[in-house]
Ligand binder design. Sequence first.
Ligand code: ZN
Length: 237
Amino acid sequence: MLKILPQAALLLLALMSPVVAAPLVAVDVGHGLIDGGAISARGRNEFAFNRQFAAVLATALEQRRIAVRRINFAGTIGSLRERPQQAAGSDFFLSVHHDSVSTDWLQFWDWDGSEASYTEVKRGFGLFVSAQNPDLATSLRCASAIGAVLRRNGFTPSPWHGRKHLPADGENGVWYYDNLVVLYRTTLPAVLFEAGVIKQRDEELELLDPERQARMADAVATGIAACLFVTGKSARD
Ligand SMILES: [Zn+2]
C-alpha cells in the first residue's frame, strides 16, 4: 500500500492537474474627465458613476481569482480606439457605462436650486454586443450569462432598448449595437454594460448605494466567471 502524507498527496495532485491560466478581464471605465458622458437627474456626470462601479467590479472579479486590467480608471485615455488596444492580450473586454434617455423623454425639476432634467419612462440595465466583433459567440455567451445572473439577483433589464436595437437575448437584456468602436475594433470578445439609467431619479439613488453596487458587481463578476471558465473548446482542439 502506498502511503503518502496528506500535504504530499495534495502537492502530487496539483502537479498532475493541467495548468489552467486564470482569465484576464479588461474593465474599461466609459467616458473620461473631459467627456463626462450623460448627466444624472441630480447633476452628477456618468464618468463618476462608471468609475465608481468599475472599481467595485474589479475587486469582485479579483475575489474570484480573475485577473483585471484596469482601463481608463484615471479618465485620461486619449481615444475610443485606445481602449480595446490597451485591452489586447486579455480574454474579455467589458466597458462600463450608465444610461440616459433621448431629449424627447426628458422632464424638468428643480434640483438644488437649479433646473435639472430627468425621465420617468426608462430604467434598468442593458448589455450590448456587436455583430462585427470577431468573437461574437463568446461576446454573446458572456453577455447572456451576465444578464441572467443579474436577473436572478433581482435586477431588471430595460426593455426600452428594443426601440432602437435588435435583441440578441432580449429576455436577459442583451442587444445588438454593431457600430460601437469599443465593441468591434478589437480582437477580444467584448460587451458594453449599461448599469442603469441615471436620469431616472429613483434608479439614480439606487445606483449610488454602495451595498447595491456590491451586489450588482458580484452578479456581473459571477456571470463573467461562468462564461470564461467554460471555454467551448475540448482539450483536443
Ligand atoms: Zn456612456
